[in-house]
Design a protein around this ligand. Structure first.
Ligand SMILES: Nc1ncnc2c1ncn2[C@@H]1O[C@H](COP(=O)(O)OP(=O)(O)O)[C@@H](O)[C@H]1O
Ligand SMILES: [Mg+2]
Length: 290
């Protein structure tokens, strides 16, 4: 507001120095609505600000919305995540190799146990960094979904094999109902979503229970009979790093799985439906087409 006090009595083109004034001029002269983002130079602040410029012909209105702060924050966040991913990946790779060698050479069971613990944490860090990378990619619009023919059974077996340790550890039966042979989708997106959602169902299931996996032409459904999510926390589980208190006690995690799922589903144009009852279970639905 302080910014606009200097505008009184001025023609907007005297007042603002645009980096692309043509769009607005054309809108005004042809009487068409325009909406775009532009850099605007302000003498008062002696720098560029980012504005959303909206021109409505009927009733005639010109709106300038300052989005500089929001934009700067976003840029800072993205830079930070990109940097983090790149700077952390290499040392983690080196750590993994060194640890593997140490474990191989070590004879003392006690020391091997400690090395295993370190190795487990390194893997965990690696997964966190990977999830951050997915989110950043999706946010930057760097990932363009491909249209691939996917063998559904093969994909499911592949993901289940990845999660075999969880399945065996808790003696969970994964009941499959696969009613479609192939799907046209992006393999990376579908695999990542399935893996994250299945791993949640397994992690937050009670031992000796069942997890149902259903895939057909229209949707993918994962249903479990685990700890569930209290209703007032259902909204929050898609926030980055959010984990319910009960989940924190039950299993390790980063709170980045569902945010990644949401971003990727958005990219692919899928709709998500999450329903859950505390201590009864959770159902996750991914709708390919609405
Ligand atoms: N199937 C599920 N059953 C119970 N809680 C779940 C389930 N899936 C997700 N949640 C809740 O949502 C939170 C966020 O999930 P996610 O982003 O995958 O993080 P993480 O798996 O690392 O905990 C979990 O910590 C948990 O509280
Ligand atoms: Mg998860």
């Amino acid at each position: 507001m302080e910014y606009f006090s200097e505008a009184v009595g001025l023609n907007c083109f005297d007042f603002f120095v645009f980096d692309k004034p043509d769009a607005l001029v054309e809108g005004i002269s042809t009487g068409r609505d325009v909406k775009f983002e532009s850099k605007v130079f302000t003498q008062k602040k002696g720098g560029w600000l980012y504005f959303q410029v909206i021109y409505a012909a009927e009733p005639e209105m010109l709106i300038f919305k300052d989005i500089s702060e929001k934009r700067r924050l976003n840029e800072a966040k993205l830079n930070l995540s990109t940097m983090l991913v790149h700077e952390v990946k290499n040392p983690l790779g080196v750590l993994k190799t060194v640890l593997a060698e140490l474990i191989e050479e070590e004879d003392s069971p006690e020391k091997i146990e400690k090395l295993w613990m370190a190795d487990k944490q390194v893997h965990r860090l690696e997964r966190i960094v990977q999830q951050i990378e997915y989110i950043t990619m999706a946010q930057l619009g760097l990932y363009k979904p491909k249209n691939e023919k996917i063998d559904v059974l093969e994909l499911v077996e592949d993901v289940l094999e990845d999660l075999q340790h969880l399945i065996a550890e808790k003696k969970i039966e994964v009941v499959r109902k696969i009613d479609v042979q192939t799907l046209e989708a992006d393999r990376f997106i579908l695999r990542t979503i399935l893996r994250n959602v299945l791993s949640n169902a397994l992690k937050y299931s009670l031992p000796n229970s069942k997890v149902l996996l259903e895939i057909n032409e229209r949707e993918l459904i994962v249903k479990d009979f685990g700890i569930g999510i209290p209703e007032n926390e259902l909204e929050r589980v898609f926030e980055r790093f959010y984990r319910t208190p009960m989940a924190v006690k039950m299993a390790s995690g980063s709170g980045l799985g569902l945010p990644v799922v949401k971003y990727l589903a958005n990219l692919a144009g899928y709709e998500i439906e999450l329903s859950s009852k505390y201590m009864i279970g959770t159902t996750f639905k991914l709708k390919f087409r609405s």
